[in-house]
Design a protein around this ligand. Structure first.
Ligand SMILES: *Cc1c(COP(=O)(O)O)cnc(C)c1O
Length: 375
């Protein structure tokens, strides 16, 4: 069994094991909290906590001291509310038509993205005579969700739209926070400050994980950190202080010797350039490892057995992939734990080799792994 691999041999029969280290998650939260200085550090747990299981991750983060959470969808918010009755929950996708009563009942705060949604929330709150809190989400150049410049001018002309409910947060999102030198960051910062100047006084939030690393000017009153909690990079380079949270291992199912000229996998895309030893590993695109990994589409990806890298060869199948073991002094035994990412390879390194990002790698992992949460 590879160093750091799940120790219970029974876990590694014929499927991958995803081990999630909750202490490392909480240490990463503390690190981001320190960097956020006086700003509150809210945790982003959308998409089932980036694929790592909301029901495990969110309570651990609350234990670590987090009181405010962001999700994308209403159902995610309801799931989180069932887990954590007392925390503040913001819903990034906004307020669906007719959902105000549901949001208020479960104390969910919509990130209002249009004047229409603001009027819906206001109408409900005035009817109930309860000034429920909600955030305003402002677009500062991303051109994703949020109120634009003309909306802000309209709001300034109709200040009564803020009556009867509580503006608890004004937020915007950075398009290029993972690239510290990108002039877009400063441009969005200035536009956000202009927006704040036009709106009623309220706590403000601009920085995601990457934004926290851009410096104090980006921190405002609240940061919204996601990927850094889960051990992902903020700028293509993992911060050394961030710990590895997720490790993925899959067992070696079979080894085989190839003669010169034999091919591997669907489409016979890989041809042995010499005599080779290959291994078949029990993880495939059915487990979220896209066919972009490996040698067929551009780059080259590696997995690790103990500390030794083994390149993926040929196309990835649904349930397995092939690796080149020719350079191994002794052939690893069947059942050996093959590390896809974790101790020897960061999620960002693996993701980059498949022309994607750690966010997509984590949220694609799917449901077939045996998941283990350890402290
Ligand atoms: C997903 C998301 C975040 C978290 O971003 P990370 O880069 O994962 O830290 C913050 N804010 C908004 C609006 C988001 O959509």
């Amino acid at each position: 069994m590879a160093a750091g691999a799940p120790d219970d041999g029974g876990d590694m029969l014929d499927c991958g094991v995803l081990s999630i280290h909750l202490n490392a998650l909480c240490d990463n939260y503390q690190h981001m909290k320190t960097l956020s200085k006086t700003a509150e550090t809210a945790c982003v747990v959308k998409a089932d906590a980036y694929g790592l299981c909301l029901a495990e991750v969110a309570p651990a983060l609350q234990q670590a001291g987090c009181n405010s959470f962001f999700v994308a969808q209403t159902q995610e918010a309801l799931d989180l509310r069932a887990l954590l009755p007392d925390v503040t929950i913001y819903v990034l996708n906004g307020l669906p038509d007719g959902a105000a009563a549901l949001f208020a009942e479960h104390q969910l705060r919509p990130c209002l993205i249009s004047q229409h949604q603001m009027r819906q929330w206001q109408g409900f709150c005035q009817q109930q005579e309860i000034p429920n809190p909600a955030a305003l989400f402002v677009d500062t150049g991303f051109n994703r969700l949020g109120l634009g410049a003309t909306d802000l001018a309209d709001l300034a002309a109709t200040p009564e739209i803020f009556d009867g409910w509580t503006l608890s947060l004004i937020a915007s999102h950075l398009a290029c926070a993972d690239d510290a030198d990108n002039p877009m960051n400063r441009a969005q910062l200035e536009r956000f400050k202009d927006a704040l100047a036009q709106l009623p006084e309220a706590p403000a939030s601009l920085a995601n994980s990457g934004g926290v690393f851009l410096g104090d000017a980006y921190l405002f009153d609240m940061t919204r950190v996601g990927i850094a909690l889960y051990g992902g990079a903020h700028s293509g380079q993992a911060d050394d202080a961030l710990q590895t949270v997720v490790r993925l291992y899959a067992p070696l199912l079979q080894t085989r010797a190839l003669s010169l000229g034999e091919t591997v996998g669907y489409g016979a895309t890989f041809t042995a350039p010499h005599e080779m030893q290959i291994g078949l590993v029990a993880v495939g695109y059915g487990d979220g490892l896209s066919r972009n990994y490996g040698d067929t589409i551009g780059g080259r990806s590696y997995v690790y057995i103990d500390a030794q890298p083994a390149p993926i060869v040929g196309r990835i199948s649904m349930d397995s992939l092939a690796i080149d073991l020719t350079d191994f002094a002794t052939l690893p035994p069947i059942g050996s734990a093959v590390e896809v990412f974790g101790q020897h390879q960061q999620i960002d390194t693996m993701a980059a080799s498949g022309k994607t990002i750690s966010y997509e790698l984590l949220t694609s992992l799917g449901t077939r792994y045996k998941r283990k949460w350890t402290t």
